[in-house]
Design a protein around this ligand. Sequence first.
Ligand SMILES: NC(=O)c1ccc[n+]([C@@H]2O[C@H](COP(=O)([O-])OP(=O)(O)OC[C@H]3O[C@@H](n4cnc5c(N)ncnc54)[C@H](O)[C@@H]3O)[C@@H](O)[C@H]2O)c1
Length: 276
Amino acid sequence: MKDVMIVTGAGQISMAIARRVGFGKKIILGDKKIENANAIAKIMNEAGFDVEPVEMDLSSRESILALIAKAKEYGEIKYLVNGAGVSPSQAPVEAILKVDLYGTAVLLEEVGKVIANGGVGVTISSQSGWRMPQLTAEQDRQLATTPTEELLSLDILRPENIENTLHAYQMAKRCNEKRVMAESVKWGERGARLNDIAPGIIVTPLAIDEFNGPRGDFYKNMFAKCPAGRPGTADEVANVAELLMSERGAFITGSTFLIDGGATASYFYGPLQPKE
Ligand SMILES: NC(=O)c1ccc[n+]([C@@H]2O[C@H](COP(=O)([O-])OP(=O)(O)OC[C@H]3O[C@@H](n4cnc5c(N)ncnc54)[C@H](O)[C@@H]3O)[C@@H](O)[C@H]2O)c1
């Protein structure tokens, strides 16, 4: 029987990771847009992978449970790659919080209840979460440990306290990091590991929407002035995921890995520092 791997988000980052670590595994690929899942499944199946596309909505617990049930038809779930998400130019505040923040939290919780011994998961946050000022220790704890169904009622996430879609996205991605820390403790009790990758600008349809969106110049300036001087590729994100999901990553869990060509470093201490 093949090991079973759940992948959410039929985008470039998910596909790069699935291609890197998914050969020989049964891959259940969920996306809200079934045409995206079908397209990636076709590319991968024609390259020798075993991918089953499934329509699913990360913002719905019911839909997440249905995806997990589908995956379990093929055996115990051993791997999770969560690359589904919406960006600040693609969706309103409410949708960003529901998908990127709440949905990710529910997915990590529900997969964490059934993940196999020796299993491993990776979720994708963003460098964006690293730019906000520090939250208080209490706010961090709330994001990490508040029961999933109460998360969106937290004061810090109430509509009047969220300035715009970028702020919503940053809070969601910060929450992803904190959830991974808290969930990794539970995953560890099952002999499984869970980590997070925070990419910088990676060329994908989502990033291209940003380049052409209201913050396009900001993004182009960001990669021009970061130490790497360019955006990254999904395959470079897969390099990190490969380490995290292999035996070589056996001592790594509950962590977030920034892979941004140094954009965050430049934002704090280099030419990308915001002007006073
Ligand atoms: N591309 C970048 O520059 C970049 C940078 C930092 C973080 N990220 C993060 O990486 C992740 C993947 O992004 P990508 O660049 O591969 O994007 P992408 O646009 O290539 O893929 C995202 C996929 O998620 C799907 N999706 C959206 N809402 C969904 C929902 N509610 N349920 C299920 N599927 C849904 C979309 O249909 C799409 O197929 C996202 O979480 C994004 O925030 C991307």
